[in-house]
Design a protein around this ligand. Sequence first.
Ligand code: ADA
Length: 605
Amino acid sequence: VASQRQIKSFNDGWQFSKGEKMENERTMSSDNSWKTVSIPHTWNTDAYISKDYYRGVSWYRKSFSLSKEEKDKNLFLRFEGVNQSATVYINGKLVGEHKGGYTSFTFDISGFCNREGNNLLTVKVDNSLADIPPISGDFSIFGGIYRDVWLVSVPQQHFDLSDNGSDGIYIDTDNVSEKSGSYTVKSTVVNNAPNKATIKVSYTVVDINRNIVKTEDIKYSLTPGQKKTFSNTYIIEQPLLWSPETPNLYTVEAVIKEASTNKILDIVRSPLGFRWFSFDGQKGFSLNGKPYKLRGICRHQDQMPLGNALTDEAHRRDMQLIKDMGANFIRISHYPQDKAIIEQCDKLGLLVWEEIPVIDIIPEEESFGDNCETALREMIRQHYNHPSIIMWGYMNEILLVTQRKHKGLELDALVKRELALARRLENVLKEEDSRRYSVMAFHGSETYNQAGFQDIVDVVGWNLYQGWYSDNLSQFDAFIKKQASDYPKKPKIISEYGAGSDRRIHSLQPQRFDFSIEYQQEYIEHYLPVIEREPYIAGATYWNFIDFGSAQRDESMPRINNKGLVYADRTPKDVYYYFKANFRQDIPVLHIASYDWDKRTGISA
Ligand code: ADA
């Protein structure tokens, strides 16, 4: 059905100029520093070869005029991701500013546009700010408008897209079982007209075969300028459950109609999945009532030589490779990633841990905490409706740099600051979402337990590199076993483990840090059986699915972290197939021991 909402790509026709610009230069000039680019774009592909890649200000600009249909509508500009801060102007007037490189933001530009004639959109982008997470980290901070840009036009009555969330639609499921499940749709509708509006709102649930499961039509009256939130709960009998093996996905179509004419004014579609899950300190994870090992990987948004400016197609290909390997879990690390990924996780059946990038250390700036909080709220609101997501994370190895750099009293003060931020973010997380689990990732140090971080979160992630950054592979088993006996109630995930490798390096005597294909294999052959065997380990996410850009790494040229299961160009390494052989129980030929050779050849003894 044709709706009045129109979403138009704003990816083409941009000009880009590196460096700070004077006022009139950025609006008018046609000097030759401006280059034609299209979005997704980053200015930092040099980060693969230079430690000192450009971090600072750059400008983007684009002219546009409105179509006949857009002229009398409410207009919103949506940026899916700009790293790290964006200041947006239309026709020289400030529209708004967004801090945070990994969540989307939407500005109401209705009052800024010339309805007839040309408009000039300019965006100042900065990837050097000291108060936006992350401050440090083992990956390159690629600057730019690196995800899609859209012009969204809606009639006077529409679902609220101004809260940087899920366009005014939030869906919860409760009391889910094989017999039935309930779902609650919370929707916020805006009436921007100068007069009263009578509308009908309906939520149609469609299953994977486009069968309509349920429709409702409710009439409301809205006063001029009113914004109203409705909440409706429904029950569905015998829902098709969502799981990695059966990713049964429903769609909720929320529709606003003009009551008198039944003309459709707005439609927003959201995924809906029925599943239930829990973590237990001793028994690990369970999904839809059954014990379930989380077999996962971590993934950066990066592909040499493109940086982070990837197409949706490239994202989807990664998810397919991950699914083909037999994984059922992904840690979207260390920051929220493109919505194409989460949509694909819903469809393919990959359980998700998503997180904000509070990594290694927190800076002095007071505003840092506020920016972390904003990032967390935006991530949760924007991806709230995706059934694949089971947990939200907000800190990674937060004591690593503190421990290295500081001693004595100073350390206490810093740890207190980090603890205070952790408590604050945990509260924000639960305020935004009380149904999912919270998680932090620690490096292999007892300090986290002593300082009390473990008491704050629901699930503890351990990044463990025994046998890579330290000497002995079997220290991994010892470490995690001790955690299990000291803290039997706390659910545990191995949130990182990994070893680097390079296709050019082979070794007959593989050893840690030789980057040989053989040592990476040996390392994983040690870790994976322990993870699979020990029930108190809920699961694990190998670090990292891909070889990714990290300008600070001197160990290789180009500057990458090469712990990937696939190379930067996505060619699988040997270890990819080792994971596949272990994870894909459904491919019999891989299980040589149980293969019935006689049947295949027709020879019998
Ligand atoms: C840390 C960190 C990761 C990654 C890893 C590594 O555990 O959390 O970002 O870079 O180290 O490969 O060293």
